[in-house]
Ligand binder design. Structure first.
Ligand code: NAP
Length: 281
């Protein structure tokens, strides 16, 4: 078997086109959708992610302003800035680029963002609402949304499927599990304390790797014909690679998402969709 590629670049371009139509409609009503991204310090990975977000915003017509604060910024200063942005009616989305420097209290910062402008979907209010049902997933976290949309594009139904997610972070694994349960999947979430991991990965109809370890998922851990989603972004010898041993696993899977060109661009496109969704909340 050779897997069909789940092409995140292609699907994200389609999503961005949809967003730009909505931006045009808003502009006709004299509304200019605006996203503010706050970066504290100069983490090179963060700078690269922000460049991708700014480029996508430009493609859609969303105004994207990056506020670059010094690494010495305090939690109080950052929260103060967010409170100012919350009140500014010309700003529709606020995103704080993570990770923040360790001396900043990240939970307090995330909590300060007005849930109606929380386009990353990390605020407890938006995360909590997702638990109710699919209909309440308004500003859902972008990476899980991107995974769901990529599967939908390829007409892969998750209902009744066994899905195993490796990774239980608050931004990927946990919210994805909730979104999949909302769509009638049977979900198993694994993590570093899981015993006999292969027992769980091998029975997955859909396997999601969100670990942050290059080539962690080997072909022997995957069921023949499985659908494999690689969320990982790792740098090896200056090259981006995922969490999945792509070459070997692609021979066994029915569908596979590549790195780069898979979940990364889908995440950015879903962020742009969230900026537009802030108008219907
Ligand atoms: P994270 O917060 O570091 O979480 C990693 C998860 O993997 C944790 O739940 C951890 O378990 C689990 N894990 C670590 N070693 C394991 C092992 N040996 N066996 C089983 N599970 C193990 O990472 P994250 O933020 O979710 O990100 C995961 C990866 O996705 C990273 O490479 C990140 O760069 C990438 N990412 C990509 C996008 C995108 O847009 N493409 C977005 C977000 C993240 P414990 O909880 O027990 O520690």
């Amino acid at each position: 078997m050779t897997a069909t590629l789940l092409d995140g670049r292609l699907v994200s371009d389609l999503l961005l086109k949809g967003v730009s139509h909505k931006v045009s409609a808003l502009k006709k009503k004299k509304i200019a959708p605006k996203l503010v991204i706050i970066l504290v310090g100069d983490n090179p990975a963060s700078l690269s992610y922000i460049r991708q977000k700014s480029r996508a915003a430009e493609k859609t017509g969303i105004i994207c302003e990056v506020k670059n604060l010094p690494a010495s910024t305090t939690t109080k200063n950052l929260v103060g800035l967010i409170e100012k942005l919350n009140k500014d009616k010309k700003i529709h989305g606020i995103l704080v680029q993570l990770p923040l420097p360790s001396k900043i209290e990240t939970p307090l910062v995330i909590r300060a963002i007005d849930p109606k402008k929380d386009v990353d979907g990390f605020n407890a209010y938006n995360l909590g609402k997702m638990f109710l049902s699919k209909e309440f997933e308004k500003l859902a976290p972008c990476t899980p949304s991107g995974i769901i949309k990529l599967l939908e594009h390829y007409k892969i139904s998750v209902a009744g499927k066994n899905v195993t997610i490796v990774g239980r972070s608050n931004i990927v694994g946990k919210p994805l599990a909730v979104m999949l349960i909302n769509r009638d999947a049977t979900v198993t979430v694994c993590h570093s304390k899981t015993r006999n991991l292969t027992d769980y990965t091998k029975r997955a109809d859909i396997l999601v790797a969100a670990v942050g370890r290059p080539n962690f998922i080997k072909a022997a851990m995957v069921k023949t014909g499985a659908i494999v989603i690689d969320v990982g972004v790792n740098k090896v010898d200056g090259k981006l690679v995922g969490d999945v041993d792509f070459k070997a696993v692609a021979k066994k899977a029915s569908f596979i998402s590549p790195v780069p060109g898979g979940i990364g661009p889908m995440t950015v496109a879903c962020l742009m969709e969230n900026v537009i969704k802030t108008f219907n909340i």
